[in-house]
Design a protein around this ligand. Structure first.
Ligand SMILES: [Zn+2]
Ligand SMILES: [Zn+2]
Length: 296
């Protein structure tokens, strides 16, 4: 089977929907654009593509090398493609969850969350250091199981394309019960929210089912619009700073640490562990504040 490059094919659709979204926002629908912010997102997207050209072959090489030790010979059929798509999304969930809980992976993933706006251009804000952070390791089991490497890469591309379209405030809720199964604009707005209620929730890529299964689902409340961004926002549109600020933060904290334990926490602890502001701590404090007073 010959697999097309899903992302490349989708680029005209990305541009067309971005223009449509801008018109919809102008016409008074929800959402906003900030030109400097969108410019930075575009620069991050270009840089990500450049990094993929530079380092992508290494990742494909490692996957293909592992594939020779595969457990099963999986044929390139449509049912197997569907299974691969679901499996790839499952590995995405665990990658994404780890990317928010372990600072080493967060240093790469934080780029995607660094915009304080939420529109289709935000989706282009992609990491430059994904290969360096080794986040592709989460996908390697698919090669070992025996899905054909080209099939896995095709599914990963489809997943990325799907996720582009959910970065919008224009669409409020999807019909036909799709909100139960799919990751939707509403669910992903929650994921980009820094409200205590929304922190570290809705990690799913295409399917929201994983979050429902593994206890990380949070529905969007119309009474509580998400405040987009990260806990300590960057106040910078400089693509280099956006790409590397958290890595520099890790280097600074490791250099200043006095014990091996502190160094380990600086690299592999939850983001915010050193300043006492992890997502769990912020959530616990919020829950203590909003808990109903005990009855007398
Ligand atoms: Zn994320
Ligand atoms: Zn996103």
């Amino acid at each position: 089977m010959n697999y097309p490059d899903a992302v490349q094919i989708a680029i005209p659709a990305f541009i067309a929907t971005m223009i449509l979204e801008m018109f919809a926002i102008r016409a008074g629908l929800r959402g906003d654009y900030d030109w400097r912010d969108t410019g930075t997102s575009l620069a991050m997207g270009f840089g990500n593509t450049f990094a993929a050209v530079l380092f992508g072959a290494t990742v494909v090489g490692i996957g293909t090398w592992l594939w020779q030790f595969r457990l099963f010979d999986i044929p390139a059929t449509l049912p197997m493609l569907a299974l691969c798509f679901i499996g790839e999304d499952f590995t995405y969930y665990w990658f994404h969850r780890t990317a928010h809980r372990v600072r080493w992976f967060w240093a790469s993933h934080v780029i995607h969350h660094s915009s304080q706006h939420y529109n289709l251009s935000t989706a282009l804000r992609q990491t430059w250091t994904g290969v360096f952070s080794l986040s592709f390791a989460f996908r390697l089991p698919l090669f070992l199981i025996g899905f054909p490497p080209e099939m896995i890469l095709f599914c990963a591309g489809l997943n990325l394309v799907y996720q582009f379209f959910i970065h919008t405030e224009v669409v409020r809720r999807l019909p036909f019960g799709l909100e139960y199964v799919l990751n939707t604009p509403s669910h992903h707005r929650v994921h980009h929210g820094t409200n205590a209620r929304y922190l570290d929730r809705n990690y799913g890529g295409v399917f929201i089912v994983w979050d429902r299964l593994f206890g990380t689902f949070e529905p969007e409340l119309d009474s509580e619009p998400p405040r987009y961004g990260i806990i300590k926002n960057l106040a910078s549109f400089n693509p280099l700073w956006v790409a590397f600020h958290e890595w520099l933060g890790i280097a600074r904290d490791v250099a200043g640490a006095r014990s091996w334990r502190a160094r380990a926490v600086a690299m592999f602890g939850p983001p915010g562990a050193l300043s006492g502001e992890t997502a769990d701590e912020i959530r616990a404090q919020w829950e203590a504040e909003t808990a109903p007073a005990p009855a007398e």
